[in-house]
Design a protein around this ligand. Structure first.
Ligand code: BES
Ligand code: MN
Ligand code: MN
Length: 462
């Protein structure tokens, strides 16, 4: 049976397309950068804006404090006790926009070029959160009701590690009790190809500081006779991998659950080539752990990556200095059943073992998140397959993901509800980078798909 989007919903969404577009642009103009304290007022303003848009959609909305940035909680519980309850999660905070000079148009002045909406947060995650609000509105505006009870949880600190959300969910577990969680904060595998996520990697993020002399020294007077923190740090970093790409931290792979041959086989059916992967990324070649394909390296295997380095003189010309300190930001992407707590122990032990005389080295764990794999069966996933096919006229594919959404594992663990991850971004969308974009068409079709989903979940299609 082919399903279609109910005509009343289709008509409402079409008639209000321009309005939704203008409202999304308003949301994108708010620089809700969670990492920077100077943006705290913008975060607050953004939370208020999201709360109002949820109310305009016909739900109640409250702004609830956490230890950090506030959560916006929307509720509509008119479907009755026998109807399932769905929690839609998204985040209204965004990554910093720097380096600003690399943006073609300013990050917080959204514009449409070639059918793409360019702005920081367009795809990660404001556009995707907002399309859910518009899908809900289509139901409540046309029918005064939804087929399911609905909770919308919009977070303000996903991009800084969701430090306070786990506790928030625990403390509000009764109120957040639900049968299903739905999240749109990821991408489709290829243009026009709707995708359901089957996995996310976890994260363990570190800062490594190497301290040598009390202050910078003349590299002629002291060089060769005291330790150089930059050299020490370079050696530590180099020790993370073997030449074949395998991570050399003792015990690192002990908990890694290998993908089954059948699952590895299925990856090969996806429309993927290293060539397009390289075009998208602009990298000259793929490299990585021996024995694994590119998709396996990104989805099924853990990593240890340097995210930033700082030491010594980096200004114009030459300066003969022996730096007093060196610092690196390093993060490991994790796969089931690795845990951030355990990786933290292994990393600290490894660095301690690699620390020579003449320096002190500290390793701080900045934040972590658990990896996740989905059970892709049950009514929600069947309904999602039908709803995506309705909106995109194509059968969805099941894909993995290399990125992390720390809260997904918490939802599953604390609320005991299965999580559906269905995203409307695209490869090359520049999330976290200059010139982030979301395809306008995916915003429109995403809203249609999510409007169809709530009918599909209750009625099994029309
Ligand atoms: N939306 C992303 C997660 C994601 C990344 C989904 C790539 C699909 C593809 C999310 O906003 C994000 O950036 N997560 C961070 C988590 C970190 C800040 C704890 C990440 O993956 O780096
Ligand atoms: Mn995101
Ligand atoms: Mn992000």
């Amino acid at each position: 049976m082919t399903s279609t989007l109910a005509p009343d919903l289709a008509q409402y969404l079409a008639a209000n397309e321009k309005k939704a577009h203008d409202e999304l642009f308003e949301l994108l103009r708010i620089p809700s950068v969670s990492a920077r304290s100077e943006h705290v007022p913008d975060i607050k303003r953004c939370a208020e804006w999201v709360a109002k848009s949820i109310r305009d959609a016909g739900m109640t909305a409250e702004i609830l404090p956490t230890g950090g940035h506030p959560v916006v909680l929307g509720e509509w519980r008119g479907a009755g006790k026998d109807a399932p309850t769905v929690l839609v999660y998204g985040h209204y905070d965004v990554q910093p926009a720097e380096p600003l000079e690399l943006w073609t148009s300013p990050p917080f002045e959204p514009v449409t070029r070639d059918g793409r909406i360019y702005a920081r947060g367009s795809v990660d995650d404001k556009g995707q959160l907002f399309l859910h609000i518009k899908a809900i509105q289509a139901h409540l505006a046309t029918r005064k009701k939804l087929p399911v009870n609905m909770i919308v949880l919009a977070e303000g600190e996903e991009e800084v590690g969701s430090e306070n959300l786990e506790r928030f969910i625990g403390q509000n577990a009764k109120r957040l009790a639900c049968d299903y969680v739905v999240i749109s904060d990821s991408s489709m595998f290829a243009p026009g190809l709707p995708s359901i996520l089957s996995s996310l990697r976890g994260l363990a993020y570190f800062q490594i500081d190497v301290q040598g002399a009390a202050g910078d020294l003349h590299s002629g007077s002291y060089g060769g006779a005291v330790a150089n923190p930059a050299t020490v740090l370079a050696r530590i970093i180099a020790s993370f991998h073997r030449p074949d790409g395998h991570i050399a931290i003792r015990g690192f792979y002990d908990k890694v659950r290998a993908w089954k041959p059948k699952e590895r086989q299925q990856l090969k059916k996806l429309p993927f080539t290293d060539k397009t992967f390289l075009e998208e990324s602009g990298a000259p070649a793929t490299v990585g752990e021996k024995g694994y394909s590119t998709l396996e390296r990104v989805w099924a295997r853990p990593t240890c990556e340097v995210n930033g380095l700082l030491s010594g003189y980096t200004g114009e010309g030459a300066k003969t200095v022996l730096p007093a300190k060196a610092m690196a930001k390093v993060s490991c992407r994790l796969v089931p059943d690795q845990s951030p707590e355990e990786i933290q122990k292994l990393m600290k032990a490894h660095v301690a073992k690699m620390t020579p005389r003449g320096v002190t080295v500290t390793v701080q764990h900045l934040h972590g998140g658990r990896p996740w794999r989905a059970e892709l069966d049950g009514p929600l996933f069947d309904a999602a397959r039908r709803a995506l096919k309705t909106a995109f006229a194509k059968e969805p594919v099941i894909v993995g993901e290399g990125g992390s959404i720390p809260v997904v594992g918490d939802f599953q663990r604390i609320l005991g509800a299965p999580v559906l991850l269905v995203g409307f971004g695209l490869p090359g969308e520049n999330a976290h980078a200059p010139n982030e974009w979301m395809l306008e068409e995916n915003f429109v079709k995403g809203a249609r798909a999510m409007a169809a989903l709530w009918d599909e979940l209750r009625g099994g299609g029309r």
